[in-house]
Every structure is written in C-alpha cells, then in structure tokens.
Design a binder for this molecule. Structure first.
Ligand code: ZN
Length: 251
C-alpha cells in the first residue's frame, strides 16, 4: 500500500526528520529481526542435534565399552598366568634334563607338578576362550558404534562450516543495517532521537508509527476522527503522539 511507503499525504520518505525517523525505525526492526535470526539459525539447531546424537551414542555404548575393558583386563590376567605356568613347566623340564632330581620321589613330585600345571593351563585356556566368546559380540557392537560415531563427527564438521557461513552472512547484513542506521540517526534531531530510543526500549522495539487511515500502526487502535483531524493540522515540525500507546505518531 502506498500508505506504508509515502504516507497519507504522499510525502517521499526521508524528506523530513519524522520520515527519517520512520526509516530509522525500519532499520531497527530489520536489525532486531537479524539479531533474532542470528540467535536462532536453523544451522545451529542442526548442529546441536548432531552433537546431541553423538553424546547419546557415547552414552549408550558406555556399558558395552566398560564390559569390553573388563574382559580385556581379564584376558591380560589369564595370559599373564598362562605365561607363568609355561615358564614353570619349562623350568621343571630343564631341571629334569639336568638330572637335578636325585631320587625317584623327586622325579615323582616333579611329574605330579607338571601334570597339575598342565591341568591349570587347560583351565586357563578354557577361560581365555570364554573371554574371547564374550568379547566377540561386544567388539561387533562397538565397531558399529565407532563407525556411526565417525559418520556423525564428519557430519558435525560439515554442519559447523555451514553454520559459520550462514552466521557470517547474517553478520554481514547486520553490519550493513548498522551503517544505514548510523547515517539515518545522524540526520534525526537529537531530542527526537532520544525520545524515540526511550519509547522503543519501553514499547517492544517500536517507538514511532504512522497514522494509517485513522489507525495508529503501532498499537492498531483507531483514533477518534476529531483527533485525526487535529493531528493533520498540527503546525509544521511538531511531534505528535498516539494517546493510546504513547508512540510518536506520524500523520
Ligand atoms: Zn498507538
């Protein structure tokens, strides 16, 4: 509608302090929208979702990982004990070869110990087999989880650069808006600007509004016809206010 652009009397934007203030208000609204967009970038939400998925994956594989670590410790313990048994048998056999067993009783005792060690070794091997069998499904589960984790990390990395690109685009736009806003602010009388800033802070970011077909565009309430008429005939350069919302009103 032409009302939004040129106002009721068709004055071009930027021709008076109030028109410049309206243009400044547009830039401020734009800046607020960009700030909101910057805080709520969908790319950030995507990144957060990936990070959450990665954390959840780490959490869900925790028990399997701890169980696998316990089995690995058990395996190492069994291997250590087996090595001890093997070394003990080798030592006894070495003594036998060297003829260290003086008597038949000694030979019998050595043979009994070798037999006992052999049974212990068989037991240890059985336990090792149990550990390996228990480890197998866990290894499969953890390998799948690690592969998924690597995928998620790659996606996360990609999402980070997409977010950075998106954020810098918005930041660039914000810088342009800030420049235009600065130029407009410099062209608005200081008192008017201060009043606008105070109203804007108090009234949800909008400090100045047009009067559009008898309605304040700030609060959307319709003014009485007599008030509209009075505002239209205010002397040049005076600043009117909406008596409903208090915003600076530009007839
Ligand atoms: Zn109003």
């Amino acid at each position: 509608m032409s009302d939004e652009i040129g106002g009721d009397d068709g004055a071009p934007a930027g021709s008076s302090p109030l028109d410049r203030l309206l243009a400044l208000q547009d830039e401020d609204v734009h800046a607020d929208q960009l700030a909101h967009r910057r805080r709520h970038l969908p790319e950030q939400a995507a990144l957060d979702a990936l990070a959450a998925a990665l954390a959840a994956l780490g959490e869900s594989t925790g028990p399997a990982r701890r169980e696998r670590e316990a089995l690995a410790a058990r395996e190492a313990e069994l291997e250590r004990e087996t090595a001890e048994v093997v070394a003990r048998v080798a030592a006894i056999e070495e003594r036998a070869r060297a003829g260290a067993a003086a008597s038949y009783r000694d030979q019998e005792a050595m043979a009994a110990e070798v037999a006992a060690l052999g049974r212990r070794r068989a037991e240890l091997e059985e336990h090792e087999l149990e550990v390996l069998e228990a480890s197998e499904p866990l290894d499969g589960e953890l390998a799948a989880a690690d592969a998924r984790c690597a995928e998620l990390e790659a996606e996360l990395e990609a999402a980070r650069s997409v977010l950075a690109a998106s954020a810098s685009e918005v930041d660039g736009e914000r810088a342009l808006v800030a420049t235009r806003r600065g130029e407009l602010a410099a062209a608005v009388p200081r008192d008017l600007l201060a009043e606008y800033e105070a109203l804007r802070a108090k009234l949800g970011g909008v400090g100045v509004a047009r009067l559009v077909r008898g309605t304040c565009a700030g609060c959307h309430l319709t003014l009485p016809a007599t008030e509209v008429d009075r505002l239209r005939h205010l002397p040049e350069g005076s600043v009117a206010h909406c008596d409903q919302c208090g915003r600076i009103l530009v007839p």
